[in-house]
Design a protein around this ligand. Structure first.
Ligand SMILES: CCCCCCCCCCCCCCCC(=O)SCCNC(=O)CCNC(=O)[C@H](O)C(C)(C)COP(=O)(O)OP(=O)(O)OC[C@H]1O[C@@H](n2cnc3c(N)ncnc32)[C@H](O)[C@@H]1OP(=O)(O)O
Length: 257
């Protein structure tokens, strides 16, 4: 039993750095001293253990890869350039930030009492569970915290077919949930989707690139209302419109405890 626990911890440790760096970059955690301390304590304890034999950095699935077509790369380059602006004193942070994306959402958790669940988990993020480049969801999210909005370049792979040659409505809903949820989570900390309302306006061809534009509409107490439009990259064609409601939850609710 003890050996199994140690093996599990050993497997978890390589992910600590990513977990903690990404976790503190989320506003809810970065601006909450209590959560921050708890995350830091749990993670620091683990990192100091003498079981630190690895230096694995997890794969960031939102980095360009060989499956991206020219249009996808173009949108990426456009927003990536806005992440740093040139000033007379040199380069400084711009209004946009590229969010990293891993295949395990639990890497964002704060550890502590949840650690035992994390280290045993075989769970993988739905949108990142296929290793083959370009087969399903190729996407990258850029966040503009100041303007409370984000954009996502999405290239739909051949395994997402719904109507012949076009993207499945459920796959589009998945991307809308992911992007609006990422925005809500970035602005408000742990959240869950309560309501998603989607109007499909025109089909999205498989293999094409679309942009999801998501913005905070308003907040009312625990409720976070977010809008989303899916368009062609030049915004001339509207594919889908959606509104989403997220509810702020505590970590216990997120983990079903
Ligand atoms: C830290 C995080 C980092 C994560 C990093 C991961 C990285 C990768 C990013 C990917 C991001 C993907 C994001 C996907 C997120 C999901 O897909 S979550 C999965 C799908 N959603 C679910 O399974 C949720 C299931 N439902 C529930 O758990 C609960 O019903 C909810 C939604 C949490 C609400 O809880 P509740 O206790 O019912 O809330 P309650 O306090 O009663 O209601 C609060 C208010 O909301 C209203 N409300 C509640 N439900 C509804 C509804 N359905 N319609 C309208 N109003 C409602 C209530 O009327 C109430 O209003 P007021 O009276 O305050 O005016």
């Amino acid at each position: 039993m003890i050996r199994r626990c140690l093996q599990a911890v050993r497997r978890f440790i390589p992910h600590y750095h990513a977990l903690f760096q990404d976790a503190v970059s989320q506003r809810g955690l970065a601006e909450s001293p209590e959560l921050w301390c708890s995350a830091h304590r749990s993670a620091r304890g683990l990192s100091k253990m003498s079981l630190w034999p690895f230096s694995v950095s997890p794969r960031d699935f939102s980095q360009p890869n060989t499956s991206w077509n020219a249009e996808m790369q173009e949108v990426y380059d456009h927003y990536n350039a806005l992440c740093e602006v040139k000033t007379e004193e040199g380069e400084k942070k711009g209004p946009w930030r590229k969010l990293p994306s891993y295949n395990r959402s639990l890497k964002y958790a704060t550890g502590g009492v949840y650690l035992s669940k994390i280290i045993q988990s075989k769970a993988r993020l739905f949108t990142r569970n296929i290793k083959e480049h370009g087969a399903t969801f190729e996407y990258v999210v850029f966040m503009n915290k100041q303007e409370k909005r984000c954009v996502c370049a999405f290239q739909a792979g051949h395994l997402l077919e719904g109507p012949p040659g076009h993207v499945h409505g459920g796959a589009i809903a998945t991307m809308i949930d992911t992007v609006t949820g990422t925005l809500a989570g970035y602005l408000a900390g742990p959240i869950m989707t309560a309501n998603l309302n989607i109007n499909y306006r025109s089909p999205i061809p498989l293999g094409s690139v679309v942009v999801l534009h998501s913005a905070l509409d308003r907040t009312e107490g625990k409720k976070i209302f977010v809008t989303c439009r899916v368009t062609s990259t030049d915004e001339s064609k509207l594919h889908t419109e959606a509104t989403a409601l997220f509810i702020s939850v505590n970590m216990g609710h997120l983990f079903g405890t």
